[in-house]
Design a binder for this molecule. Structure first.
Ligand code: TMP
Length: 224
């Protein structure tokens, strides 16, 4: 698998696209809207989330997010995210890319950099190495980073019910997550597009479509 994507002449036949951002930035809504906009064509569109997306990865997700697991070490957390990812890449993402599907993934290895290196403070080189292992050679063709002022995002996430183990870390943690994301975006401007996540879901959706414009994705006519 090279770079997790296949490009045909003209229109993009398959693509691996990721959505990133702090908790409460509206990622899941935007992933759904994007998948709907692309599903109007005959192209296969697969919408998945991390951690999760396979039986094994969903079981790992439960371990990771359970607030009862508050004694989990940062290293254990890192390795569980990577284990979940390796299973998802091999079982779902690589086969889907091989079928020329468009894969939309709600979080991928940039989350690990932002949360485990940026917010938890694990060594950046070690997290980069772990990301290489966990992603098994799969690289997104484009990453949409939904950027929102952390206090707004945090308030939104808090409204969604009982916080999971990561959300329970609080606002300062989310501020470090955002700073690490923005640092990544500066480092990889061709892959990572920072999109303003404020405003209505429709407004944000339009910004995302614009940020994907150069990929020639098969959006149905009429989708702006
Ligand atoms: P979700 O709520 O967006 O599904 O993500 C689950 C939580 O896991 C969220 O707080 C972000 C966190 N996370 C990490 O800390 N590292 C990772 O590598 C991933 C994929 C998610």
């Amino acid at each position: 698998m090279t770079e997790g994507l296949m490009r045909a002449q003209g229109v993009q036949q398959g693509a691996f696209i990721t959505l990133e951002g702090p908790d409460g930035c509206g990622k899941s809504t935007q992933a759904r809207m994007l998948a709907e906009a692309l599903s109007k064509d005959s192209t296969e569109v697969l919408s998945i989330r991390e951690p999760g997306g396979t039986d094994i990865s969903e079981r790992i997700r439960k371990l990771l997010l359970d607030p009862a697991n508050n004694s989990m070490s940062a290293e254990c957390e890192l390795l569980l995210y990577e284990a979940s990812r390796a299973q998802l890449v091999n079982q779902v993402i690589k086969p889907a890319c091989a079928r020329n599907a468009i894969v939309i993934c709600d979080r991928f290895y940039d989350s690990t950099y932002a949360y485990q290196a940026g917010a938890r403070g694990l060594d950046k080189g070690m997290v980069a190495w772990a990301n290489t292992l966990g992603s098994c050679g799969c690289v997104p063709i484009r990453t949409i980073l939904l950027d929102l002022e952390p206090s707004i995002a945090f308030r939104r996430a808090a409204k969604e019910g009982t916080p999971d183990r990561l959300e329970a870390e609080g606002l300062c943690f989310q501020e470090r997550v955002r700073a690490a994301y923005l640092e990544l975006a500066q480092r990889e401007p061709e892959r990572i597009c920072v999109v303003d996540a404020s405003g209505s879901p429709e407004m944000v959706h339009d910004r995302i479509i614009e940020a994907l414009g150069d990929l020639n994705l098969p959006f149905a006519t009429g989708v702006s």
